[in-house]
Design a binder for this molecule. Structure first.
Ligand SMILES: *[C@@H]1O[C@H](CO)[C@@H](O)[C@H](O)[C@H]1NC(C)=O
Ligand SMILES: *[C@@H]1O[C@H](CO)[C@@H](O)[C@H](O)[C@H]1NC(C)=O
Length: 193
């Protein structure tokens, strides 16, 4: 093995190894999102996986940190909301599903860090609603106070934010039919060829 060989071996390691390594790291982060909520609550390490038939938090079905039984238990122990607008119910529902989110590694640290804007908008939308015999607007001074009382921390940046699109029926329908439509197109293409 001459000096040229060892130089090119060195160059190979120098140039390609870091790239191979960063590709590995990226793949790891994209494919395996860890679930700190469950680890910090003295559970075993979990990664987000598809959960078939997920109810209540169904928009996370493609990739969720939670199991169906955990969602059922949280939702059956929740006080029902009275006189809530549809948007209010949706926002509450979305908030309560935080432990299913595959993105919790971004914003879960000891507790879920919810965006100030989410809490403020939820409060505005829900202040007329009541649960457990109490009107939300008279029980809490503002959205921050409400979210903190539910054991969330309220922050700006890298926080859990509301996505109203998950409650848009049309969007859910499209994503439901898309795999069927694309396989139909494939079958048609094969038939035509
Ligand atoms: C949760 O999902 C179940 C089953 O679809 C439904 O009956 C229940 O009303 C939902 N609960 C809430 C609070 O949305
Ligand atoms: C929200 O209410 C709390 C009192 O519960 C108060 O300390 C805080 O300053 C208020 N925050 C805003 C943004 O108004």
């Amino acid at each position: 093995m001459g000096i040229v060989n060892s130089i090119s071996a060195g160059l190979f390691l120098f140039y390609f190894l870091p790239q191979a390594y960063s590709a590995m790291v990226v793949t790891y982060e994209e494919d395996k999102q860890n679930c700190p909520y469950f680890l910090e609550n003295k559970e075993y390490q979990r990664f987000a996986v598809p959960v078939h038939g997920l109810v209540n938090c169904s928009w996370y079905a493609d990739k969720a940190c939670c199991k169906i039984t955990e969602v059922t238990s949280v939702f059956s122990n929740m006080y029902p909301l009275y006189e809530a607008t549809k948007t209010c119910s949706n926002m509450m529902n979305y908030l309560m599903c935080y432990f299913c989110s595959p993105d919790q590694h971004i914003w879960y640290k000891q507790r879920a860090r919810v965006c100030t804007e989410f809490c403020t908008n939820l409060y505005e939308e829900c202040k007329a609603a009541s649960y457990n015999g109490k009107k939300l607007g008279s029980e809490y001074a503002n959205g921050t106070a409400f979210c903190e009382a539910q054991d969330f921390s309220v922050v700006e940046g890298n926080c859990f934010k509301y996505d109203p699109k998950v409650f848009d029926g049309a969007v859910q329908h499209i994503s439901f039919y898309l795999p069927y439509i694309s396989s139909l197109i494939m079958i048609l293409t094969v038939l035509i060829i």
